[in-house]
Ligand binder design. Sequence first.
Ligand code: GAL
Length: 388
Amino acid sequence: MLSRTPPMGFNTWNTFGEDINDKVVRETADAMVDLGLRDAGYEYLVIDDCWSERERDPVSGRIIADHIKFPDGMKAVGDYVHSKGLKFGMYSCAGTRTCANYPSSFDHEFIDAETFAEFGVDFLKYDYCNRPAHHHGDLLYRKMGMALKACGRDILFSACNWGADDVHNWIRSTGAHMYRSTGDINDSFPSMRDIVCSQIEYLPYSAPGCFNDIDMLTIGMYGKGNVGAGGCNDTEYKTQFAIWCMFSAPLMLGGDIRTFSPETVKLVTNKDLIRINQDEEGRPAFQSYSWITRNADGSAAYKASGDKAKVFVKLLSDNEVAVMFVNFDDRERRVDFYFEDMGLPVASGYGLEMKDVFTGENIGVKKDFMYRNIQAHDCECYLCKISK
Ligand code: GAL
């Protein structure tokens, strides 16, 4: 059986786009092991769109690997990935052509699933471009879900229909293990923030078995690569990683791992944050509404909903709780947090013993109310025990 916690790994799209090849994949596999990412839990190495020839093989009807990008074929790539103790992921699409105009699986679901099984594939990302209009998405994802079950390998099914057609209502029933819920991310703070804010109301639709995928991470890209955009700074990457962990989102790295700095590796291997992301209960985070968000000088700024400064709370197994303060605004904000709002009233006598996951510092037991002054785009995140 496949793991029931959010999948972790790497996907080629954010950095490489069309420029994928055998060498890049092998070097990435090496880097995932050498930098300790595999041992931190990043197990899937996924090749996204643009891996095949432009047309199916006329005789066999199968999709075949681009013979220049992957001269030894995909089975050889999969074997190499497996030899490093990693799992191998690939990409197809529910429409007649992939998003980048390569052959796609519409009406070929079962033969393609057989092909992927022969390649040794453990993960299939399944996109939504060029869908014939009279075929509803639920049936298309059901077909590939069935084909994967029939193909004789355990293959993680990663749906990617960008949140269209109320996907959260039907995707779990198709057999998918994760589902993209938004349009594509790019490496900029507004892109990340808008994706996150659009999914707050859908957090309850993410649970063991099928997790809401808010797209590949851009951490470590610094504006380079296929979705480079303006780039983010280290504060913004720190916020991105903490939110993905709080939201139980799949942790699919999208930066060029071969160039990751020690600081980037430290961030994405933070044990406390990964513990929050991988919690076996997989409970959704919720937003704890402060009555008022204040400016740093104490004056009132925003009313509860629509705040740019937010508090997220996630209940974990073993009576632990994760709390995150995040400031999406472009200037410093004071973020108020009433414990009553997450269900811990003053009269109970209980509070939270709080450990800062970034510094490792235990800041003691806090009760009733606290506030943090958070810099623009920054966050604080705490792993807590309920305590007197
Ligand atoms: C998009 C998808 C991206 C990437 C791209 C490839 O639809 O959201 O993550 O897979 O297609 O063409």
